[in-house]
Ligand binder design. Sequence first.
Ligand code: ADP
Ligand code: MG
Length: 714
Amino acid sequence: MDISKSDSTTGKGDARDFLETGIQYLKGVGPKRAELLGKELDIFTFRDLLYFFPYKYIDRSRFYTIAEIDTSLAFIQLKGRITGLRTEGAKYKQRLIARFTDDTGAMELVWFQGILWAAKNIETGKEYIVFGRPSIFNGRISIAHPEIDTVEKSAFTFSGKLQPQYSSTEKLKNSFITSKTIQKLIAGLFQQMTQMDETLPGYLISKLKFPALYDALFAMHFPADQGQLKKATYRLKFEELFYIQLNILRQKNRNQQDIKGHVFAKVGSYVNDFYHKKLTFELTEAQKRVIREIRKDLGSGKQMNRLLQGDVGSGKTLVAVMAMLIALDNGYQACLMAPTEILANQHFATISGFLEGLSVNVRLLTGSTRKTERNKLFAELSNGDLKILIGTHALLEDPVQFKNLGLVIIDEQHRFGVAQRARLRQKNENPPHVLVMTATPIPRTLAMTLYGDLDVSVIDEMPPGRKPIKTVHYTDSKRLVMFGFLREQIKQRRQVYVVYPLISESEKLDYKALDDGYEAMTRAFPPPQYLVVCVHGRLKAEEKDMAMQYFQSGKAHIMVATTVIEVGVDIPNASVMVIESAERFGLSQLHQLRGRVGRGADQSYCILMTSHKQTTEARKRIETMVNTTDGFVIAEVDLKLRGPGDIEGTQQSGIPFDLKIASLSEDGQIIQFARDTAQEILNRDNDLSSPHNEILLRQLKKLSRSQVDWSSIS
Ligand code: ADP
Ligand code: MG
């Protein structure tokens, strides 16, 4: 939440609100600095400055002695005397060296710039407090460009022991706006301000023993000690997350009150025939539980908005089919939207297969559907003959008009924006039920925020007989070992995927890697004994289909591909996934790719190929993949490594992720607590009409003025 994003830019703000004052009017700023602060740090108003928090605090409560210093210490503080000053070096490479001593020894302080200033201001014989990062210079320990103050002066400037550090930029530093400058500006602001309007209701503040807003903000910038800082941080994090949750939950409750859902009261012959005659295996307990949850929603008279999470291969498609058949049994149509054409094709094939012999009219609509076919399809759709429509974004287009759409299923939701979800819902007068399926496990904290308006079902169990996929990491030098392993697997009639990264379709180098890889594979696995096919985004639809056909039917042994196979492809006989340049893939992508194998009863393998050199982060990703197959663990690591803003889908989600202080990856417990607190409040006062909740409404209004209007979306 960004309550600080001022309204002054939109002109809608309360003119009397002191905090909305433009930053140029703060003493020591002026128009030039104001422009810089805006451009570089997004600080436009007093409030923005107040909510510009330090990125770290340096503990200045501790003094080191010179004897204790080693270069592993980050920042240290020393107290001692300057006993000598000299300059060294030729004219333009001069440096100033001060000899600094305390009871335990002596060391050097060095200046390469600002020599004249330092030479003029530093007095030998005087006692100083020195602060900086020790390093080795000329074989001796020294501190370059230390912060230095006389003992008297230091007592005056640092009242607190934790010194805040504000992030600054090159441009700002060049204009002499440093961390210290920012601190001074904030100090000036607090001097003009004796109180602030509270932003949380009094009963919450006293119940949760929070510091007042003014005190919390003051403590963020001028903490007296760690304890005070901790309390302030907690309150501000809580508040930020609390308003996000309050907003989502209020909207969710309102939807449930206002929107009438189609009532799917009965289970009829579609479901029964499918379940008893077509289904060749027993549903897992998790599938049964999830289907029960869905059925309950569908029969409740309220509109379903449910997220179905389940790892790759956990059997979500089957759940989707059951849900669609319930819709059909109640006289409604259903549709399923997938993010790619390949995946839509795959779903169409799977679902048509499941429903064969049940005389259900199922059709596919994608960008490649021909015009005559399209027109026929549109006609059947609007007269109700067509019961199940499967497709891509093409389903969102205007000519797609249903007779009575009762259920929308969206696969791989994280690739669709919230707005697209909304458009599908509008395909019917009364909004249809919505089931969102995702195979990318979303960490709970993120789900609560990103999909906070949805109820969540989780398939946390794999169909029986699956063996966990074995994952190894090979560097390029082990390529021959890898080939040998593939030969062995192919001998056992298994099939192999080899995937190359493709950052963008236009990336020439990536295609070259793919081409070279394909060639190398064909050389290592020559015809006629072996058949290697290649699939990528530049192929014509027919060529792609043919390659897929060869692989699906088992004629081809190896499929070399780009990430087009990432989602959905289901070939149980494929047992090896080789991922080339694995260091270039993100964790969730690696997990998705690995999920393409291990779909049958046989032991499956994933081989991650990388070069020798890797970044620390890449190494962590590879390690995680080798160590676990649990999608939720992987998602948590991913969130920690990348931060929530980079997780697919968050950008277009419409939910503000430029949190000022809270972190979706680190503050999971606070998110849960904030959500529970918000829900409790709504349980007691669902429209927030009671007087002591007035402040909540006011804050929500502020929030929605400064953000995208979520209410129109969910
Ligand atoms: P997801 O969509 O979750 O990745 P799918 O629905 O594609 O998973 O299922 C993966 C494979 O497991 C499919 O081949 C499917 O037919 C099969 N499957 C699903 N449920 C079961 C079950 N209960 N028992 C055995 N096999 C199942
Ligand atoms: Mg699937």
